[in-house]
Design a protein around this ligand. Structure first.
Ligand SMILES: C[S@@+](CC[C@H](N)C(=O)[O-])C[C@H]1O[C@@H](n2cnc3c(N)ncnc32)[C@H](O)[C@@H]1O
Length: 222
């Protein structure tokens, strides 16, 4: 199954160590990363008066978003969760995250009780999942969150699909992985159906960057 290939692909020291450098050190990468964190924090700030009490960052990877959340909400209980021990080691080594808790496991079967966290986030992860595991992820995030779920998704767009095909052809791989899987995009109906199936109600949807990227940060109420 594609999601197992994805999870396995990240269980690799080299991929984990190169993750931030390969994606977020170029100007485009830094701008994209800043936009991710700004929009996730804005979605949380808009929905909460003051800092949330707790946040679970699902598929936290190298802790890029987790660290930004810790910086913004220093007294909040923030837990990073990922399916790759190698990615979690990279995250835990970040100075901002050294004393923070991390949990290892499968995002489509979260090992937490209902309503364990006020907010649950997942950034640059939903696109990795095929439709069925994506439904399970949304249902799990809705179960574990008390008030808000924030994810980013890529909307279907001929221009972006063309860009991805060209990048894959030029680089000979997808996001540095030599693998069959790619990145899922949603039509508006598919997104609405998937959120609705998990009982999630749309609060806001903000575009990351017009044109070249068709990714949105979506906040949904539980
Ligand atoms: C593209 S990275 C995103 C990391 C981070 N959220 C960010 O925005 O930089 C995707 C992450 O999903 C994790 N992952 C893949 N499949 C998973 C699964 N089934 N359960 C938990 N984590 C998974 C990978 O280990 C990887 O760290």
């Amino acid at each position: 199954m594609a999601e197992e290939l994805v999870r396995a692909a990240y269980q690799d020291d080299d991929i984990a160590q190169r993750y931030d450098r390969a994606r977020f050190t170029s100007l485009r990468g830094r701008l994209g990363s800043d936009r991710d964190t700004r929009l996730v924090i804005r979605a949380i700030d808009d929905a909460h008066r003051g800092a949330p009490a707790s946040i679970l960052d699902v598929a936290c990877g190298s802790g890029r978003i987790t660290a930004a959340l810790v910086d913004r909400y220093p007294s909040c209980h923030i837990v990073g969760f990922d399916g790759s021990l190698q990615m979690l080691e990279t995250a835990a080594a970040k100075p901002a995250l050294r004393s923070r808790p991390f949990v290892h496991g499968d995002a489509v079967a979260l090992p937490f009780d209902r309503g364990s966290f006020e907010v649950v986030t997942a950034v640059r992860f939903v696109g990795h999942l095929a439709p069925e595991p994506c439904l399970r992820l949304f249902a799990e995030m809705a179960r574990v969150a008390r008030s808000l779920v924030v994810v980013d998704v890529s909307m279907a767009s001929p221009l972006v699909d063309l860009r991805r095909r060209l990048e894959r052809r030029i680089k000979g791989s997808y996001l540095g992985f030599d693998t069959e899987w790619t990145w899922r995009t949603f039509t508006p109906e598919e997104l609405s159906d998937a959120l609705g199936a998990a009982g999630l109600e749309l609060v806001s949807m903000r575009r990351k960057l017009a044109g070249w990227s068709d990714a949105r940060v979506v906040a949904v109420k539980v």
